[in-house]
Design a protein around this ligand. Structure first.
Ligand SMILES: [Zn+2]
Length: 279
């Protein structure tokens, strides 16, 4: 049997540094050539990169990728499970938003462009630690819900938990939990809304929701969302909000830390909204 020092001596002699270079993993790596010590390939030369971290980084990157995909699945699940969204709005994206409708006046198209810009800016500058609210206001069918859905999807795709809610549907759902056969409680419905990084409340003040109970509920829900990111849309003008006591209370709650974006509206509305915001 050979002594240990003799074996080590043989290895040292056969051990050759072929090259030293900075590897793509960032390490200074030695390319080593050395004979294989045992097994069927004994005696053959093999090469390896000493200090190389490429394999480790590949494994780490794979773990990160898996985590990202898991997070994405999670936020997609939250969005799909808890959103209350009208079917025809489901496919809306920034890409399908029209800002150049031939039937519009140049001013109206300008208003659409400005709203589009606000919406994309909101997505670009979205930071959890700097909560911001947007209120899209304008008459029925002018694209505000389309923009709100686009925002929701884009923020979700950034990995944040987002819920899009048709406000009338939310109230119907809450009301349905009062039924003694209901599997969900009101708390079940509201808890997810409270926890989400962003909630879009679409169609606030729609006809069926203007009663006292509904207004009280909405006020509670909005209150829970204060200090977080929210996007609101409404068909109502500022005057319509001001006309009823309950609505007025909701409106002043909504406008805290909220930037209004008026789409396709006449000047007097804009002026009035600005006045309402600054007062
Ligand atoms: Zn390397």
């Amino acid at each position: 049997m050979q002594s240990v020092s003799k074996v080590m001596g043989n290895i040292t002699m056969a051990f050759k540094v072929l090259d030293t270079f900075e590897c793509e993993c960032g390490q200074v790596v030695e390319l080593i050539e050395t004979p294989i010590l045992g097994g069927p390939q004994k005696g053959q030369l093999m090469q390896y990169k000493k200090n190389c971290r490429c394999e480790d980084l590949k494994i780490l990157e794979k773990i990160r990728q898996d985590n990202r995909e898991q997070a994405k699945r999670k936020v997609t699940k939250i969005f799909d499970l808890h959103s209350l969204i009208n079917p025809k709005l489901k496919e809306a994206t920034f890409g399908s938003f029209r800002r150049d409708l031939p039937e519009n006046t140049p001013e109206q198209n300008q208003s659409l462009s400005a709203a589009y810009f606000k919406a994309t800016e909101y997505v670009k500058t979205f930071k959890l630690e700097e909560p911001k609210n947007l209120l899209f206001q304008g008459t029925f069918g002018n694209g505000k819900s389309h923009l709100a859905v686009s925002i929701a999807k884009a923020i979700r795709d950034k990995g944040y938990s987002v819920i899009f809610i048709s406000t009338p549907k939310l109230l119907t759902k809450i009301r349905s939990t009062y039924n003694k056969n209901s599997e969900q409680t009101e708390l079940d419905v509201i808890r997810h809304i409270e926890l989400a990084d962003l909630v879009v409340f679409d169609d606030i003040g729609a006809e069926s929701t203007n009663e006292g109970w509904a207004m009280q509920k909405l006020f509670e829900v909005f209150d829970q969302r204060s200090g977080k990111h929210n996007v609101f849309t409404t068909n109502l003008s500022s005057q319509e909000f001001e006309a009823k006591k309950d609505l007025k209370r909701i409106f002043s709650r909504l406008m805290q830390d909220t930037e209004p974006v008026v789409i396709n509206a006449k000047d007097y509305r804009k002026r009035h909204l600005k006045k309402a915001v600054s007062s």
